[in-house]
Ligand binder design. Structure first.
Ligand code: MTE
Ligand code: MO
Length: 308
């Protein structure tokens, strides 16, 4: 899967990763990740205790600066720098996620409750936007399936619908009808239960910056991300999703990365790696963003045209 020449040093050979892993071990006195949040004051208060998780790529991570200053978070505006400039207004604590629909234990789960008993893992995933740029992001999070198992998915549930916070007082673009707020996404249940599918609460070993979807966001590395979640609903029917509702000709429910199905207005064959430099070559986009071995079987027999 990796495109690097064998002579290239692997990122893990030259990595500063052990530096941040060690730094976090020093911080580990705080106990659970959630507890570290309560420390208050100083950069260290943002550190999360993690263990290395599976599926991580060896590709060099995009810099913290690029990951946190080149964002899509339309609740704060449509410019790439709007989220960094305006997401500071978002109150992320207290926070709770409503889990409802076809579940055994529906309810409002607050942030600490969501993290109770959870071991946070570091997962270094490729991330590709339909706009044809990409990054490599060291997430901190846990598998969505663990939460779904905890709340108990009832028979008959086939999809999970996700909703982002609706709070125009803090999310300035929600005061405009730019999108049909709140922002919505959805996964088929098998996609949601796949161990690649992550609920992230941090990146680079620290709590998520607001512009990246604090305090809790979805990461589906062969599709997309979904920020600042406040509701998950287990349903029998395919849920409505924001982009599909707005531009059904351009965006389907699945939103899978597929270099062979062009967006109606641009090619999906290649991507620009953010931070690679002005003169860096575009790189070929991989089917399902390089995660085909893990998830291609979900789509056997389906028309690729419906999977964008
Ligand atoms: N709530 C919400 N989630 C969202 C978006 C958004 O505008 N609002 N944008 C999506 C898009 S298009 C992308 S590319 C990623 C960007 O995530 P990042 O800024 O953390 O890289 O968030 C996704 N999740
Ligand atoms: Mo995107």
């Amino acid at each position: 899967m990796r495109r690097k020449a064998p002579s290239d040093l692997r990122w893990s050979d030259v990595t500063p990763r052990h530096v941040w892993l060690n730094r976090r071990k020093l911080m580990a006195g705080a106990g659970a990740g959630a507890a570290a949040l309560a420390l208050g004051g100083g950069a260290s208060a943002r550190s999360l205790e993690t263990v290395p998780g599976p599926f991580s790529t060896d590709e060099a991570p995009t810099s913290f600066d690029d990951i946190t200053s080149y964002n899509n978070f339309y609740e704060f505006g449509f410019g790439k720098d709007d989220p960094k400039r305006h997401a500071g207004a978002l109150t992320t604590s207290p926070w709770s996620v409503e889990i409802d629909g076809l579940v055994e234990r529906p309810g409002s789960y607050d942030y600490d409750d969501l993290l109770r008993g959870v071991t946070l893992e570091e997962r270094i995933y490729r991330f590709r936007c339909v706009e044809a740029w990409s990054m490599v992001i060291p997430w901190v999070g846990f598998e969505l399936r663990h939460l779904l198992d905890r709340v108990g998915v009832r028979p008959g549930a086939k999809y999970v619908a996700f909703e982002t916070l609706l709070r125009p007082s803090e999310m300035r673009a929600q005061r405009t009808p730019a999108l049909d707020w709140p922002y919505r996404e959805g996964l088929r249940l098998d996609e949601a239960m796949h161990p690649l599918t992550l609920l992230a609460v941090g990146l680079y070993g620290e709590v998520l910056p607001n512009q990246n979807g604090a305090p809790i966001r979805l990461v589906v590395p062969w599709k997309y991300g979904f920020k600042s979640i406040v509701r998950m609903t287990l349903t029998e029917h395919e849920p409505a999703t924001t982009w599909n509702m707005m531009q059904p000709r351009e965006y389907g429910f699945y939103a899978n990365v597929n270099p062979e199905v062009p967006h109606p207005r641009w090619s999906q064959a290649t991507e620009r790696r953010v931070g690679a430099g002005l003169f860096a070559r575009r790189i070929p986009t991989l089917h399902l963003n390089g995660y085909a071995d893990e998830v291609a079987h979900f789509y056997d027999g389906m028309d690729p045209q419906t999977l964008f």
